[in-house]
Design a binder for this molecule. Structure first.
Ligand code: CP3
Length: 372
């Protein structure tokens, strides 16, 4: 298993370490830039592969996942990071729930968790090597294919966001089913969240041992919670993940990697106060959505934690001039905020973006994030 073999895997030396330096709090010469969902439906070469392979077939076939991960890296030499092609919903799959990806609806779980009695349908002990070994294989393959061009990011979904999918059975506007669990079954919800967290932690450890150089946890639905619910339900399993990942890697003699928490919409000042110190949380970087101003966030969190973000994803529909104006304006705020900055959108890139506009966006970030 990877726990005993990871030291023997050999990788080409890294030529661009901007991301890793910014993730250590360095005010780099310019901001490293990558984009959530950079391997996605806006790329014609991605759609070409999807014609002949289902979404989860792409995730589960290491050669395809690796090729898809490299597509944006090959097309855009200005990207400073790659992120492995996979999905957050492979964790519910590993726990025994069926997940489908439907072209019009997105993810669908045909048999969601309705009451705590449904826990009986979840696998007791999840062996991530057995259930998700394809992801580890894809990571090792991709690290080699990158040939040191940029670092490779591994990821997982946050327990609350995964619980939301597991209880709703898919996406939701109201989160009626998943949030009612928090009121009706608070203790069982906490137990479920911790079970999910434990699988997430194993998944992240496996990705690092397979070659991932940084990690990100996506809490896409954090903004649906009250600040009290975030603190009570979402945060403890997030801390379980970071603490377990750090502990297990240390035990195996691994130096560890930086971890980013992207808790979309979790923008209450009291929430920032909880997340400000990586020594406590285990999260070195906070990903920001586009609704906040980096200078204001810096005032709340101080400089111990690094920040990632947070250009408005729709700026990519703003045309060449609009893109340049906004990247210039927003970059000035980031440079004023100071501290480690990883440039990104405030959420994933959307399917109708023109590939050349993504290229122009990256060019603008290189130009306007430069520190003189
Ligand atoms: O390039 C990358 O960022 C890496 C790959 C990646 C995907 N999903 C591929 C994907 C990553 C990091 C994710 C994370 C993910 N998946 C999140 C968290 C990030 C976020 O956007 O908030 C969430 C909530 C999911 C669940 C999910 N997967 C949804 C809601 C959808 C449908 C919406 C959409 O954009 O299509 C997916 C499908 C999905 N995941 C696609 C891709 C490239 C497109 C589906 C397709 O090819 O048919």
């Amino acid at each position: 298993s990877l726990a005993s073999t990871w030291k023997e895997i050999e990788f080409p030396p890294l030529k661009n370490d901007l991301l890793l330096r910014a993730a250590k709090g360095e005010e780099t010469e310019r901001a490293p830039v990558w984009v959530m969902r950079q391997a996605g439906r806006y790329l014609p070469e991605f759609m070409e592969v999807r014609k002949s392979h289902s979404f989860f077939e792409c995730c589960q076939t290491p050669s395809i996942a690796s090729a898809l991960t490299l597509q944006p890296i090959d097309r855009y030499p200005r990207l400073d990071a790659s992120i492995i092609f996979c999905d957050i919903l492979v964790v519910p799959q590993a726990m025994g729930l069926e997940v489908l990806m439907e072209p019009s609806r997105g993810p669908v779980l045909p048999n969601p968790l309705v009451t705590p009695a449904d826990f009986s349908r979840l696998r007791e002990d999840v062996d991530v090597q057995k259930e998700l070994g394809y992801l580890f294989e894809a990571i090792t393959m991709t690290r080699k294919g990158l040939a040191g061009r940029v670092p490779l990011i591994g990821f997982c979904g946050a327990p609350w966001t995964l619980m939301a999918y597991m209880c709703e059975g898919g996406g939701s506007k109201t989160f009626e089913k998943s949030k009612s669990w928090l009121y009706k079954y608070p203790e069982e919800s906490k137990a479920l969240l911790l079970r999910v967290a434990d699988v997430c932690a194993d998944l992240l450890v496996g990705q690092v041992l397979a070659g991932a150089q940084m990690l990100q946890v996506f809490d896409s639905w954090a903004g649906e919670l009250t600040p009290y619910q975030f603190k009570t339900f979402a945060l403890p399993p997030l801390l379980h993940i970071s603490h377990k990942v750090r502990h297990v890697l240390k035990t195996l003699g691994h130096p560890g990697v930086a971890i980013t928490l992207f808790a979309k919409g979790a923008n209450a000042p009291s929430t920032y106060a909880l997340l400000a110190d990586p020594a406590v949380t285990g999260y070195d970087n906070l990903g920001l959505d586009w609704t906040v101003d980096p200078v204001e966030v810096r005032e709340l969190v101080g400089k111990k934690v690094n920040l990632q973000g947070n250009f408005d994803p729709t700026v990519l529909y703003g045309g060449k001039e609009g893109i340049e104006q906004e990247i210039k304006r927003a970059s000035e705020r980031w440079l004023k905020a100071g501290g480690g900055w990883i440039a990104n959108l405030g959420h994933g890139i959307t399917p109708n973006v023109k590939p050349e506009d993504m290229g122009w966006f990256l060019e603008c970030v290189h130009k306007y994030s430069a520190r003189s």
